[in-house]
Each structure stands twice: as C-alpha cells, then as structure tokens.
Design a protein around this ligand. Structure first.
Ligand code: AOF
Ligand code: ZN
Length: 367
C-alpha cells in the first residue's frame, strides 16, 4: 500500500463521524508500522478526543518509528481536548502524513511546524483534494463563521416540484427519499419557509435509527405559521428557530412558550434578511444548513448569496402544466448571463432517480 492508499483509509474512517462532529471537522487517522496497519480510528463526536489521539492511545503496539496518516493537520492548541501534537510527540511516531492543512487560526500550519521542530518528518498534501472535499462544511464555516448552505430539491425531468394541482407526494423514489433523510442527519440545521410549513405541516426531522435530527429554522417574516404545527409542537425535543421580522409580542410569546427560539431580523425585499440570519446561526455554532425551502425561499437564498451548494434530485417522470411549480421562483433573472452559475457537478444514480450536486460558482458572500 502507498501513502495515498493509507490516506484513503483514513478518509473512510473520518466519514464514520459524519453528522456527529459538527461544527468540528470529520477526521480519520491510520497508524502504520513496518508496512502493517496497527490501528485506525476517527473523531467520533463533537467535544470528544480527536482522531489522532484516539488512534494513538488505543494502540497496543510500541509506536516508536511508526507512521501516522491523518486527514487534517494535527492540532497544537488546548480546546475541548489537549493538543494532538503532544500525544504524537510522546508516542515516538517518526513520520506524519497530512491530508489537508487546518485553517483554524489556532492551528493554521503551527501543528505541522511543532512536529517538524521536534524532529518528526511531516509530509503534507496526501489526497489533499479528497480531504478538502471531506470537510467542505468545516472549511467554509471556520473561514466565514456562517453556515454552509445546501439548497436541496426534487423535481421531475421537466423541472416541476409539484403537479398543476400542487400535489408533490412523491416526486422521487424511496432510495432518494432515504438519502435525504441522511442529509438531514449530516447537516446541523434545516431551513424551510412559512409557506412550506403552512402547506405541508412537515416535521423536518431525521427518522433514521441512531441518527440525529437537525435544528429547524423556519423563515416566517410575519409569524404566520400555526402554533399547532408539527415543528412547534415538537420544539421541546428538537430545537426550532423562528426567523421573523414580526414584532407582535403576544404572538411571539405563544411560540416561545412552546419552546421555540425566536430570532428577530431586519427586512430585505419584504423578507427576513437571510445574510443576517446566517450571521446569527453561525454565532450559535450552526455550521451547515440543508435548505428545503419552497420556491420563493430558494430564490431569496440564491439572490442574497447564502447558498454554497445545490443538490437536485431528478425523477424519471414529466408533469407538464404551465402553472406547475418549479424549484426556484421569485422574479428570476432577466438574461442568461445574469444566471446564478454553478460548477463542478457530481452526478450519481440513486435508485431510479439522478442526484446532481453543484457548487455555486459566484457566491456573493465571498466576493
Ligand atoms: C476535532 N477533531 O479529530 C481534529 C480537530 O475544541 P477541540 O479541542 O475539540 O478542538 C477543535 C479544533 O481542533 C477543530 O476546530 C480543528 O481545528 C482541530 N482538529 N478537531 O474536533 C479532530 N483533528
Ligand atoms: Zn487535535
């Protein structure tokens, strides 16, 4: 096996922590001595020991002269846990292979530098692209302090998210819907508009065994949703944020007493300001949001520049109907050149459906 093979194994380890480590990264580590893998482990859960430390402390073999493969640069700071560089140095590990560097200002190259200063050979950039891809949420969040937003929708091959009567159950097949459940576990928050809550009364939870549900964020500019809606009724068990510009204290109290958190925001084009909401969500430690918004909210989100990724499920059927809804409504752009541009498509088949993920090419936030 070559360094890339070991790093790929470390990436596989890292993914085991998916959905549990946010807002911290997913990290995997593999220990190799005399050409043999002697241990492998990962960062299991936010606040707990880091991948490197787990792999090292649970290894029964003498690590002197061993190689460590780790998907992210080891940390050198005291956070919720002590520095990984310390445990690496005291173990006698001889070489450390790093996938991607850690942009966390508390680390940012210093982890690698400390190891080198103490005579450890450090080799960087092993499977770097895959490691950057693995933690695209973490890298975005640590740099911007705002959540990584994924706009998800399911549509027919003719681009409809409902029939002409508004019926939308179901567009995609079972495998695709199961995958959406997994996304709800993977991202820390889920966002929808008041229109969706009024029309479908969804729970917006993850129903997969052993997984976690996201924090629900409902954009409700005028506080129109019903206190009897599912998201409000379950707000004590699953955190629920209502993002509003409404000042009606009586009505706000009803929701607060049901356990909802209310975030008050300024208006922008007649809706709550989404960039302001992202700032506040980021400040609360929410590193990522799955946007399952209606067509209006999707347009506002794109227009305000908060979307990093588009996730489109395409079902093998056609609905037709001039009035049948499409994923993104609003005013729309005037000319093809004014489009919201996407790049780097990743395409896969999920059951009979197709899933395409694109990055948003021009993100206003980063301009
Ligand atoms: C993780 N898991 O496996 C690695 C991390 O507060 P702490 O001590 O958990 O430190 C969190 C920071 O440590 C995190 O932002 C990242 O920069 C670095 N590395 N974090 O949660 C890990 N290796
Ligand atoms: Zn660490």
């Amino acid at each position: 096996m070559n360094p890339e093979d070991y790093m790929k194994l470390a990436i596989r380890e890292a993914r085991k922590g998916e959905g549990f480590t946010n807002p911290n990264p997913m990290v995997g580590a593999v220990l190799v001595k005399d050409g043999r893998i002697i241990n492998q482990d990962y960062h299991h859960r936010y606040g707990e020991y880091h991948a490197e430390r787990n792999a090292i402390v649970n290894c029964s073999t003498d690590l002197r002269g061993a190689d460590l493969y780790v998907t992210l640069e080891p940390c050198c700071h005291y956070g919720k846990t002590p520095p990984c560089t310390e445990v690496i140095l005291s173990s006698g590990i001889r070489r450390v292979f790093i996938g991607s560097m850690d942009p966390n200002p508390l680390v940012a190259g210093r982890g690698a530098a400390v190891l080198r200063q103490h005579g450890v050979e450090v080799i960087t950039g092993i499977c770097e692209e895959e490691c950057l891809e693995l933690n695209r949420v973490f890298f975005h969040y640590i740099r911007t302090k705002t959540p990584y937003v994924v706009m998800k929708y399911a549509m027919t091959a003719d681009g409809k998210i409902a029939t002409r009567t508004g019926a939308s159950k179901w567009i995609t097949g079972e495998a695709a819907r199961e995958r959406v459940q997994l996304s709800r576990h993977k991202y820390m928050g889920i966002m929808a508009g008041a229109g969706t809550v009024l029309a479908d009364n969804p729970r917006l939870t993850c129903r997969l065994e052993g997984k976690r549900s996201p924090i629900r964020i409902i954009c409700d500019t005028h506080l129109r949703i019903s206190p009897e809606s599912e998201v409000v009724k379950t707000a004590r068990e699953i955190p629920t944020i209502l993002a509003t510009a409404a000042e009606d204290t009586e009505r706000r109290k009803v929701f607060e007493e049901s356990g909802c958190q209310i975030i008050t925001l300024p208006l922008e084009d007649g809706h709550v300001s989404l960039p302001a909401l992202m700032q506040k969500a980021g400040a609360q430690g929410i590193d990522s949001i799955l946007l399952e918004g209606g067509a209006m909210l999707n347009y506002s989100a794109l227009k305000s520049g908060i979307v990093q990724e588009v996730e489109a499920y395409i079902a093998p059927k056609l609905f037709g109907g001039a009035g049948a809804k499409t994923p993104v409504a609003g005013v729309g752009v005037e000319l093809p050149d004014h489009a919201f541009f996407l790049k780097n498509p990743r395409i896969r088949r999920v059951g009979e459906d197709i899933l395409v993920n694109w990055e948003v090419a021009s993100c206003l936030q980063e301009l």
